[in-house]
Each structure stands twice: as structure tokens, then as C-alpha cells.
Write a protein that binds this ligand. Structure first.
Ligand code: BG6
Length: 512
């Protein structure tokens, strides 16, 4: 049943619990497990969305007993839980933690894992359902899947399910993503594979669909007739920190664009799906990816910009250049900033530019989608002091200040007709309060229920890499850029502004 609260929130008060299962975390001693996965599972237990018949098995190289694993996780939770911990609930939770030390490349260790899973299944009544989470480095994704297949741990029979969540990056270009898809399909069917993109765990990203398709007033103007252009910004103030080794081989384009930015793009641009079934939504998303106009080699030069941060000041602190970060070669030519202009070749979006930009060490952390409408067709107020009427702007604020704002013109009070721009603002926090979360809760929960809507299908991943690969190939063929070309704490290289200026536009000044 639906209920409406005083401020107008409509919600389903009773979510059913996830299916009984054992979740096996490969890479259990790593950062992702302690910072995100375990706190998210605890939050699900707090919300009563976790089955009572549930258990976790950690698998990684470090030698540890079950008890040592429990102690370690209890200690980590003090630092990484998103809210206070209820001692009774924690006690229940911790009894469901098990550990299997093992080498990911050693088949004997999977036999031990299999024995442990049978034991846990009996103890906790998890009904033979296994959810594997691959929180490891990407080169281990395929070996793990081959091993669980060989150990008979991937076979679904007698109503028992086996699902695998695979972290990003899924390949590093079209060829490697296709090859990885082929390899893992030797063991798993597509319905067992859950390719995760943590942006889809963000409430505000999920809200894009609700905003567009649960409200009748936006859809009629959501097209080329009324929209001038769209700007998608994913700005970070942090640098690469300790991830230099991974990042230097990836760069901003691979790290952010085919995954997080294309999720934002496709949800903004897709047609209404015929239902909210996983494949219906993903069919519409993939159509957008296929409709992205391919960029010619010459187009890459004028439609894309790349940059690398030098030293500078971020939030009042002096910070080092990318080339001085740990594990980054001092002559690295990897980009930490990318801006690009894309067109979507379909009836809804023909000739509407989508400008995307993302980068590290920008002035602040902000993710938003700004939809700029066309100006009013006729300036009615010619005899007034109004020189320029600003076009309407709708901004979907994804993070950190989640909300939606609509900017429009209003008369400034007084005897003259003077115009100002004002904001109509909705902030999530004002209406729904804050539910601290890691962003992984919904995704884990959906996987436990077998709902793949918020996970990437093979064709989506391959199509996304297809768009990015052309850009990457042209960049690789060009002489190296003179890096660094933007100072930390600025909005990227000057060419990013020129990209907009050539079209008579400018980037929105994002502030936190
Ligand atoms: C990750 C990237 O996928 O997303 C990181 O690898 C990036 O480089 C991160 O910092 C951004 O996520 P969020 O949730 O902080 O916007």
C-alpha cells in the first residue's frame, strides 16, 4: 500500500526482505569491503531488508580465523558505519560472519570454500543461494569466475540461485570488455551477472527516472524543441591519493565516462521504458548509447579536451601536482580531466549538444545535470531596463547537496519593470531527512531479489566502450600534451572553456 506523509512523500512502507543467501566477498580484506560493503549490509539489517537466513563469507589471502575476521570487521565498523551501531543487532550480524583464507588462483582453496559454504548453509539456513561479490582487482574477475565454475559453485539447480556482482572497471576498451564477457559467459548466464556501477546506488541518480516519468509536466518539454543543451558535471576536489597505480593506467576518460557519466547521460536522455522491468529500462538506455553520434578523428580534436592537474590550492590547502602523487611516473601523460561534446542522433535530441566534464582536483566536489531551456521566443519587455532575459535552467543536483532547482525570471519589486532570476529549490534533506547510507545498500538488496535494473548489461558496457575507444585511439595517436595544463583548484584547462565558447555558451559555475 502507498502512504503519503505530511510533506507529500509517497512511499512503500514495507519492503520485503532479500532472499536467504550467503554472500561471498572476494577481496574481503580490502578497502571496498570494509568501507562500503559491510556497512551497507549492516544498514540493510537495520532496515530489516536482510533475510534472517543470511551469512557472509570473506575470502582473501590473509590468514585469519572466523573469530579474527569478526574482530577485525567489528573494529572497522567503528570507523566506517554510517550511523550508530545497535549492540544487539551487531551481535546478530557478527555471528553470521565467516572467513575462508585462500589464494584466488588456487583451485584447492575453492574446495575449502565449497566445504565452508555447505557448513554455513546448514548453520544459517541460507537455502543454497550464493551471491559472489568480486571486490578484487579486475584481472582477477575472470579467474575467480572460472574457479567457482570448476568447483561447481556457479550452477543453478533446484531453485537455488548463484549470482555474481562484478566491480568496475569492466575491461579497458571494447575488445577487452567483449573478451571478458565471452569468458565469463562460459560459466555464467547473463541473468547471473550483475555488473555494478555505484552511481546507480545513489538516490538522486535513481530519482532521475522518477522525476521524468512520474511527473506529467516535464515530459512534453523534454526534447529538442525546448531544450537548448545539457551540461553534465562530475567534479572532484580530491586527487588520485593512493590509487596512482590503477589510475595512471586508466585516466579520467576510462575511469569516469563509460560508466558513471554515461549512466547520468542515458537516464537523462532515454525514452520512457514500457515498464520498470530490468530489460525494459536497459533496452532504452542502450538505445541512447547506440545513438551517440560517432566522433570522427577530426571531431575528437574539436569535441574533446583533456587535462592533467598541476600543483595548486584546493580548499585553502596547497596540493601537489598529479605527477608528484604516489605511484605516478614523474613524466606521466595520463589525463585527470576530460570535457566533451556529444550529440544523440534521434528524434528527441537531434542537434542538442550534451556537454560532459569530469576531473580531479577541481575547486569542489559536485555532480549535477543542468538542463538549459531555450530562451523565450520574443522579448516582450523591450522598453524596460531588461537587456538579457536568462533562459530557464533546471538542475538535478546529484551530490553533495541533493535536490532539484529551477531557475526562472521574476520581476524585481518596484515601479520599474526590472527582471531578476530566482530559484525554486527542492532539497531532499528538507523533505525526507537524511538516511545515511554507503550507496551500495539498494544495489546489494536488488541483487538479493534478482532485480538487475540498476546493473549494466553486457551490451551496455560494450556500447559505452565503443564511444570512448574512438576518443582514446585518437588521443593515443597524437603527440603527448604539455602537461600539467591546469592548476589544482581551477575548473580544468582553458581549452574546456574554449570548447563552450566556440558554441557561444559557457560552463555553469557550479558551487557546492
Ligand atoms: C570511482 C572512480 O568509480 O568513482 C574514482 O574510480 C572516483 O576515481 C569515484 O573518485 C567517484 O565516486 P563518488 O561516489 O565519490 O562520486
Amino acid at each position: 500500500m502507498e502512504c503519503t506523509n505530511e510533506r507529500g512523500a509517497v512511499s512503500d512502507p514495507l519492503g520485503k526482505t532479500g532472499d536467504p543467501c550467503v554472500m561471498v566477498i572476494f577481496g574481503a580484506s580490502g578497502d571496498l569491503a570494509k568501507r562500503k560493503l559491510l556497512p551497507a549490509l549492516y544498514n540493510l539489517a537495520r532496515e530489516r531488508l536482510l533475510s534472517r537466513e543470511f551469512a557472509i563469507v570473506g575470502f582473501s589471502r590473509t590468514r585469519m580465523s572466523h573469530e579474527e575476521f569478526r574482530e577485525r570487521i567489528s573494529k572497522d565498523m567503528k570507523e566506517h558505519a554510517t550511523g550508530s551501531i545497535d549492540p544487539d543487532l551487531w551481535n546478530w550480524f557478527v555471528q553470521r560472519l565467516y572467513y575462508s583464507p585462500g589464494d584466488i588462483q588456487d583451485s584447492n582453496d575453492y574446495q575449502q570454500l565449497k566445504d565452508l559454504l555447505l557448513k554455513v548453509d546448514k548453520e544459517q539456513g541460507t537455502r543454497g543461494n550464493y551471491l559472489y561479490y568480486l571486490a578484487t582487482s579486475p584481472e582477477l574477475f575472470s579467474p575467480i569466475i572460472q574457479h567457482i565454475g570448476a568447483a561447481g559453485l556457479a550452477r543453478e539447480e533446484n531453485g537455488r540461485w548463484r549470482r555474481v556482482i562484478i566491480e568496475k572497471p569492466f575491461g579497458r576498451d571494447v575488445e577487452s570488455a567483449c573478451a571478458l564477457n565471452q569468458e565469463i559467459r562460459k560459466v555464467l548466464t547473463e541473468s547471473q551477472i550483475y555488473r555494478i556501477d555505484h552511481y546507480l546506488g545513489k538516490e538522486t541518480v535513481q530519482n532521475i527516472m522518477v522525476f521524468r516519468f512520474a511527473n506529467g509536466i516535464f515530459e512534453p518539454i523534454w526534447n529538442r524543441r525546448y531544450i537548448d543543451h545539457v551540461q553534465i558535471t562530475v567534479a572532484e576536489d580530491i586527487g588520485v591519493g593512493q590509487r596512482g597505480d590503477y589510475y595512471d593506467k586508466a585516466g579520467a576518460l576510462r575511469d569516469m565516462v563509460p560508466n558513471h557519466m554515461f549512466q547520468l547521460l542515458t537516464l537523462t536522455a532515454m525514452e520512457p521504458p514500457i515498464s520498470f522491468e530490468a530489460d525494459a529500462v536497459r533496452d532504452e538506455q542502450v538505445k541512447i548509447l547506440h545513438a551517440i553520434q560517432s566522433i570522427s578523428p577530426e571531431g575528437v580534436l574539436s569535441f574533446t579536451v583533456r587535462g592533467q592537474y598541476g600543483e595548486g590550492m584546493v580548499k585553502g590547502q596547497r596540493v601537489p601536482a598529479y605527477r608528484s602523487e604516489p605511484s605516478v611516473p614523474p613524466d606521466s601523460c595520463t589525463e585527470t580531466f576530460v570535457a566533451m561534446k556529444l550529440f544523440i542522433d534521434n528524434w528527441r535530441w537531434a542537434n542538442v549538444p550534451f556537454y560532459l566534464r569530469t576531473g580531479k582536483r577541481l575547486p569542489c566536489r559536485v555532480t549535477e545535470i543542468a538542463i538549459q531551456f531555450k530562451s523565450a521566443p520574443f522579448v516582450l519587455f523591450r522598453k524596460t531596463t531588461v537587456e538579457h532575459l536568462k533562459p530557464n535552467l533546471l538542475v538535478l543536483h546529484i551530490q553533495p547537496n541533493e535536490g532539484i532547482s529551477l531557475n526562472f525570471g521574476a520581476k524585481v519589486p518596484g515601479p520599474l519593470v526590472r527582471m531578476g532570476t530566482v530559484d525554486m529549490e527542492f532539497k531532499y534533506e528538507d523533505y525526507f531527512g537524511r538516511t545515511p547510507s554507503t550507496g551500495h545498500e539498494r544495489l546489494l538488496y536488488d541483487c538479493m531479489l534478482g532485480d538487475a535494473t540498476l546493473f549494466q548489461r553486457a551490451d551496455m558496457v560494450e556500447a559505452s566502450w565503443g564511444v570512448v575507444s574512438t576518443v582514446q585511439d585518437v588521443w593515443n595517436a597524437l603527440p603527448h600534451r604539455r602537461y600539467p595544463n591546469y592548476a589544482s583548484g581551477t575548473w580544468g584547462p582553458q581549452e574546456a572553456n574554449e570548447l563552450m565558447a566556440r558554441d557561444g555558451r559557457e560552463w555553469r559555475k557550479c558551487i557546492k
